[in-house]
Design a protein around this ligand. Structure first.
Ligand SMILES: CC(C)(COP(=O)(O)OP(=O)(O)OC[C@H]1O[C@@H](n2cnc3c(N)ncnc32)[C@H](O)[C@@H]1OP(=O)(O)O)[C@@H](O)C(=O)NCCC(=O)NCCS
Length: 180
């Protein structure tokens, strides 16, 4: 567990706890989060609990402030030939955005993903108009690799998304890690 300072006070990055389900259901229901993510208005806590229960193919990082979960990121990976490819899902509470929490979560997830979970590639899908999302992923070394047209519905309108990704080789080069 590691904390860092923001204009909102100290934020702790830690693992998932069972008590987080209520905070995460509330967080996923916020307007700003729904705008950038594929979560539903009025997210059901049971949906979150089901996501949380699937521990064999997910690794979560939680951003905590004053005992509340105010941000999350999970890496989710596949099986068989997809076992070393992971994707990222994440969000930060509307009242806490713009404080470096999102970038910290991505940086730490890439570290765990490449150096502990041994992934070959980490990727995600981000809506084309998600400026802050694209900005933090690019700062962390992911690049835009392609476009998915009309991929998501928001307020009755379909929007395009970008596929972004980073390979282990790109990550190692960026961080001066030599292959052993
Ligand atoms: C995307 C999200 C995770 C970013 O989290 P955050 O904690 O606000 O991110 P950070 O504070 O670390 O960084 C945000 C960066 O975006 C930049 N930014 C803000 N608005 C921007 C815009 N419209 N265009 C480009 N960059 C923008 C900020 O300047 C900041 O960069 P800086 O640190 O160099 O100033 C958060 O906004 C969020 O949860 N959104 C809703 C859910 C979502 O979109 N999830 C990701 C789905 S792929």
């Amino acid at each position: 567990m590691k904390s860092f300072d923001t204009t909102k006070g100290s934020v702790l990055i830690r693992g998932l706890r069972t008590r987080d389900s209520e905070d995460l259901a509330d967080l996923m229901s916020l307007p700003g989060v729904i705008y950038g993510l594929s979560s539903m208005p009025y997210t059901n806590e049971y949906v979150v609990k089901a996501l949380m229960a699937d521990a064999s193919s997910k690794h979560w990082l939680i951003a905590e402030h004053n005992t509340k979960a105010i941000g999350y990121l999970y890496l989710q990976w596949g099986i068989g030939r997809w076992r070393r490819v992971a994707n990222i899902a994440m969000a930060v509470h509307d009242l806490y955005t713009g404080n470096g929490i999102g970038k910290t979560l991505v940086d730490r997830a890439l570290h765990v993903g490449f150096l502990y979970l041994d992934f070959e590639r980490i990727e995600l899908v981000v809506y084309q108009d998600n400026g802050p999302g694209i900005a933090i992923y690019e700062k962390c070394g992911l690049t835009i690799e392609g476009k998915r047209e009309q991929q998501v519905i928001r307020e009755g309108v379909y929007y395009d998304s970008f596929l972004m990704g980073i390979t282990r080789t790109q990550y190692n080069e960026r961080h001066g890690i030599s292959k052993t």
